[in-house]
Design a protein. Structure first.
Length: 400
């Protein structure tokens, strides 16, 4: 973990840039080039280990984004990838070998679940999935060949909060690498390295990029691990395109103010929904009713921009609510300035069995909102109108 020089609002805008630079462009230029010219062959040899050799290895625009990310997460170094999934897969393949074992939480992102449960076994790496908040189960799952403990916090779509300090402690005790998917938290709300986590991963597609116009991934953390992952990224060819890195950098400049607004709006929406007669339950870390609220307050500066809630009705009602909203666009993904709505059983969790979904708390009535940075009163008014379509279940029961 590295120490922090400035506050997060300042870091968001200025991190990664060389503050002593003079007579240069204010915005980071896009090095839209696949290769770099050298003066002679000695120079060529020196360039091989820099970001001015060949863009699959590295690129100066990407380097600025990587430095900014490492600074925001208070870690040694960072890497950008062509997607969040390529960040996860390249990291796992860089650090694991046949015969190794992984402990992962049950609630992790569906794509990661698929990779750990059906791709890695083909390469001789097994994963045990454990109850997300039962830490004794995590410890019991550890074997002599366990190498990695993989978690996600807060989780999608039920917003469980994972005790990162405990996970880091378990990893240290058993000599494991700890890795967290911190996409929902962002470094503005939680910096996992401060709790002792070795590697932090993000789907940069979400809050880092922030405008719903980019797919990218991020891994950052300990230098020795980042060096190994860098080599894998080069071999697999999943570095980010420099034009995308420019857009990512542009997003990072407003990350702090956007996330603060997401936090405020989402808490307001969560409080509104938790009082609504047609809502059965609301999942949001900073709500009084959240089972891990105390942990969330201790570990997070804000509850984030995603919540989920169950309508007091049927799955059909939930679908009708989602379709009747106008400011919440019916679309997968999250973390952008525009508010979005999805039904997890139809999107992110469609491939998971009904029984497994039930265990995770993902019901047919569950709706997930990614709350944007619009005016909270407008968003609440939209939800009020949308929820009017829920059938009055109880009254019907009385009439019949
Ligand atoms: C929590 C989380 N992790 C990882 C991913 C994968 O990221 P990407 O879609 O950028 O590959 C997603 C995508 O939705 C996600 O929500």
């Amino acid at each position: 973990m590295t120490s922090r020089k400035h506050h997060f609002e300042t870091q968001s805008v200025r991190a990664g840039s060389d503050l002593s630079k003079k007579n240069g462009p204010l915005a980071t230029p896009i090095y839209q080039t696949s290769t770099f010219e050298v003066t002679d062959n000695d120079e060529q040899l020196r360039a091989t280990h820099t970001d001015r050799f060949y863009t699959r290895y590295g690129n100066p625009t990407n380097t600025v984004a990587e430095k900014a990310i490492a600074e925001l997460e208070s870690v040694d170094a960072g890497l950008v990838f062509s997607s969040g999934m390529s960040a996860i897969t390249a990291t796992a393949l860089a650090l694991l070998k046949a015969g190794d074992h992984v402990v992962a939480q049950r609630d992790i992102y569906g794509g990661a679940t698929k990779f750990f449960s059906s791709v890695l076994p083909r390469f001789g790496v097994e994963t045990t999935f454990v109850n997300t908040i039962d830490y004794d189960q995590h410890t019991r799952a550890i074997r002599p060949n366990t190498k990695l403990i993989y978690v996600e916090s807060p989780t999608n779509p039920t917003l469980r909060v994972v005790d990162l300090h405990r996970i880091a402690g378990i990893a240290r005790k058993h000599n494991l690498i700890s890795m967290v998917d911190s996409t929902f938290a962002t470094p503005i709300n939680t910096r996992p390295a401060e709790f002792g986590i070795d590697l932090v991963m993000h789907s940069g597609t979400k809050y880092f990029a922030g405008h719903g116009d980019l797919i990218c991934g991020i891994v950052c953390g300990r230098q020795d691990l980042i060096d190994q992952i860098h080599e894998a990224r080069t071999t697999f060819g999943c570095n980010m395109d420099p034009h995308g890195a420019f857009l990512l950098l542009r997003g990072i400049k407003t990350l702090a103010v956007r996330v603060q607004r997401h936090n405020q709006n989402t808490l307001r929406v969560a409080e509104f929904l938790s009082q609504h007669p047609k809502v059965r339950a609301v999942n949001y870390p900073f709500l009084n009713s959240h089972p891990q609220r105390a942990l969330a307050i201790q570990q997070m500066h804000g509850g984030g921009g995603v919540l989920s809630f169950e309508v007091d009705g049927t799955g059909e009602d939930a679908r009708r609510v989602a379709e009747s909203l106008s400011l919440f666009t019916l679309a997968p993904s999250l973390g952008g300035v525009d508010s979005l709505v999805t039904i997890p059983v139809l999107t992110s969790h469609a491939m998971i069995s009904a029984e497994h979904r039930q265990k995770m708390g993902v019901t047919d009535q569950l709706i997930r909102l990614s709350v944007g940075i619009e005016n909270a009163d407008d968003l609440i008014a939209d939800l009020e109108r949308g929820l009017a379509v829920v059938s009055p279940v109880r009254e019907h029961a009385h009439v019949s």
